[in-house]
Design a protein around this ligand. Structure first.
Ligand code: ADP
Ligand code: ADP
Length: 231
């Protein structure tokens, strides 16, 4: 459903050019849980940002459900970001003065959806992550793991096809990390999940596929549990 073909992304700062992505070719299926590993600066976040439509690529092509993005206009990118992509970050990025339910509603960019319908969908997303009882609290009344669940609910609010996670457990203790990984794994039964992580143990335990980056290139692509059936 998502394919990168020889994607290159360079950053020029002064006289220095960094090849953040140096010819990345990879195809992803729906219902795949992909972990991205690699040293700091190897291009992991840049790939996530390119896939999420937050960064432009310089050359190559990204093909989404058979459609090339080479000819995408700004309005096509907006629609793609709004309808197809959910983002989860290490630092949750919740708005502290807003209630939990309002934070989740912020993830809903759909036009033509009534206030009541937005509220209903936000509640549904919170129920999905086990936090419906907390919907009237503020972020600072929740634990780190709960805040990350809220961020996941917000990412789910538009029911995106692709969930992009940048070190979602980076700020969590190991027990909470396991709970978040179990939730993300469950979501990968209906979505493509691509997760950057610095934790090879969690990646091996939960992901279907592990892709390793080095210097802007994919240097390894493996399936640790090839036999595991999807229900
Ligand atoms: P990772 O996520 O693996 O740590 P990044 O994708 O963040 O790697 O970065 C890849 C390379 O691109 C690094 O050398 C980084 O310094 C560089 N880079 C990333 N973003 C920018 C930017 N906005 N401007 C200049 N260089 C950047
Ligand atoms: P991570 O290691 O978690 O990927 P980084 O510290 O590499 O995070 O990057 C954080 C943000 O800073 C990213 O959005 C990236 O685009 C930007 N960035 C990284 N390297 C540079 C750089 N050399 N110049 C400007 N921006 C950068």
């Amino acid at each position: 459903m998502l394919e990168l073909k020889e994607i290159k992304k360079y950053y020029k700062v002064g006289d220095t050019t960094t090849k953040a992505l140096d010819g990345v070719s990879v195809a992803f299926r729906k219902q795949e849980f992909v972990a991205i590993l690699g040293p700091s600066g190897s291009g992991k976040t840049t790939m996530l940002n390119v896939i999420g439509g937050l960064d432009n690529y310089d050359s190559g092509d990204m093909v989404i459900n058979g459609k090339s993005t080479k000819t995408f206009k700004d309005s096509d990118w907006d629609a793609y970001r709004n309808n197809s992509i959910g983002f989860v970050f290490q630092s949750y990025n919740l708005i502290s003065h807003l209630g939990i339910i309002d934070n989740v509603e912020l993830g809903m960019t759909l036009s033509g959806v009534s206030r009541e319908e937005k509220k209903r969908r936000a509640e549904e997303a919170l129920e999905r992550v086990g936090l419906k009882d907390h919907m009237h609290k503020k972020p600072n009344q929740l634990s780190g793991g709960q805040m990350q669940r809220v961020a996941i609910a917000r990412a789910l609010a538009n029911d995106p096809e692709i969930l992009l996670c940048d070190e979602p457990t980076g700020a969590l203790d190991s027990e909470t990390s396991v709970q978040i990984m179990e939730l993300i794994q469950e979501l990968s039964r209906e979505k493509l999940v691509i997760m950057v992580t610095h934790n090879p143990e969690l990646a091996t335990q939960y992901a279907d596929r592990i892709i390793e980056f080095s210097d802007g290139q994919i240097v390894n692509d493996s399936h640790p549990h090839k036999e595991r059936p999807k229900p």
